[in-house]
Design a protein. Structure first.
Length: 394
């Protein structure tokens, strides 16, 4: 940010001047000098004339409240190339906790960017959805990460997480261990249907964002899916009118490129080889569901906006371009991605993205133990704002 930086709005979410945008510039502030930091030099400070709160240039930077700077682009690249957090920490000469902190910040930046770009997307393709199977904490807590993917572009539009009950063949000892663990945490038996209904809401958002006349969703024949679709009155109504169509294909059908589920199979394979925690027999599995989803958000940023659509054509289009995203807008967003801090109060998010931003998914065996930094909500002092207001995109 240049020395001529002007605060875009008051940093206090409870102030009348917090909701200013580029078309309605904020002017009710005064300069109140600066403070010096070793990393950022002189940092100008401001005070809001309406509420009296003070803030600085730093309040509006991605690196607010940090004492060391690292490249977020380097972070996403390393994370998406199967490097573990500890390996990144060793390369940067910092503790794994510092890397996790940057992952959280970076994830919120890309979630906000996704949200801004959604208004300019014009997808015309069919969609496919499925549950990617992985685990968190231990193999006694398998999960499904539902993914919603563009059939042609392989652009990932949305993801949602659900912890499952461990099933399948187990030794007597394992069964006893499961029973013991289930006294402390038990997966929601309706979790899959609930998670898929959140994916269905994202499908609806794509239909309305793109002003599409109709949209088709492909899945396998899991019985939870039609149940979850019918559970949402808006989705059920549009299915009835024929504007939304749900089509299924057996999961045992050959996994070729002509299979309508090829896009989800493709993403499955990519996740399995590129994200360390999802590699088969990994020793670096996720320990916290919220952190797992933050890392996934960063990976999908790399996949959607940075990676070429086909690796054999490194200069070819990205998945976002093939999905019909406005190229100029994407370029502009990418240039500013790691500069201006993303604010929840200035971002419209669907529920899965909001859950990731607020780290409000429960980690098995660690309920109520979620670490949420104050700045996630984006307030300076005082209590958390009404999250329903944030979810509505205020
Ligand atoms: Zn104010």
């Amino acid at each position: 940010m240049s020395p001529s930086f002007l605060p875009p709005f008051c940093a206090n979410p409870d102030c009348v001047h917090h909701s200013h945008g580029p078309k309605d510039p904020y002017r009710s502030f005064r300069s109140i000098g600066s403070y010096h930091t070793r990393i950022f030099g002189d940092v100008p400070r401001f005070q809001c004339k309406a509420c009296g709160r003070s803030f600085s240039v730093q309040t509006f930077r991605v690196d607010y409240w940090v004492k060391r700077r690292f490249s977020y682009e380097d972070l996403t690249h390393r994370l998406s190339s199967c490097e573990s957090l500890r390996a990144i920490g060793r390369a940067w000469r910092v503790a794994g906790k510092s890397v996790s902190n940057r992952v959280g910040r970076a994830a919120r930046q890309v979630l906000a960017m996704d949200s801004r770009l959604a208004s300019a997307r014009r997808p015309t393709e069919d969609l496919a959805a499925d549950g990617f199977e992985s685990f968190c904490v231990s193999q006694f807590f398998p999960n499904n990460i539902h993914i919603l993917v563009g059939a042609e572009s392989q652009f990932v539009y949305a993801t949602d997480h659900v912890t499952l009950r461990r099933k399948g063949r187990m030794t007597l000892e394992q069964k006893e261990r499961r029973a013991e663990l289930e006294r402390r945490y038990r997966a929601d038996p309706k979790g899959v249907a609930k998670s898929f209904s959140r994916i269905a809401s994202e499908w609806l958002r794509i239909l309305s964002d793109g002003s599409l006349p109709a949209s088709t969703l492909w899945t396998d024949e899991k019985r939870d899916y039609p149940r979850a679709l019918r559970a949402s009155p808006s989705v059920a109504a549009l299915l009835g009118q024929g504007r939304l169509a749900h089509r299924t294909i057996p999961s045992r059908a050959p996994r070729t490129m002509t299979n309508p589920l090829f896009p989800v199979n493709y993403i499955d394979r990519e996740l399995r080889k590129n994200l360390h925690e999802h590699v088969r027999e990994t020793t670096c599995w996720g320990r916290n569901v919220s952190s797992q989803m933050e890392r996934l958000s960063l990976y999908l940023y790399q996949h959607n906006y940075r990676k070429p659509y086909r690796v054999r054509k490194p200069r070819g289009p990205t998945h976002a371009e093939v999905a019909g995203y406005n190229l100029a807008m994407v370029k502009e967003e990418l240039e500013r991605l790691w500069m201006d801090r993303a604010w929840l109060t200035h971002t419209v998010l669907g529920q899965p993205a909001l859950d990731t931003w607020l780290r409000r998914r429960t980690t098995p065996l660690r309920p109520g133990d979620e670490y949420r930094q104050r700045h996630i909500w984006g307030w300076i002092r005082g209590g958390p704002r009404d999250l329903a207001v944030c979810a509505a995109g205020w």
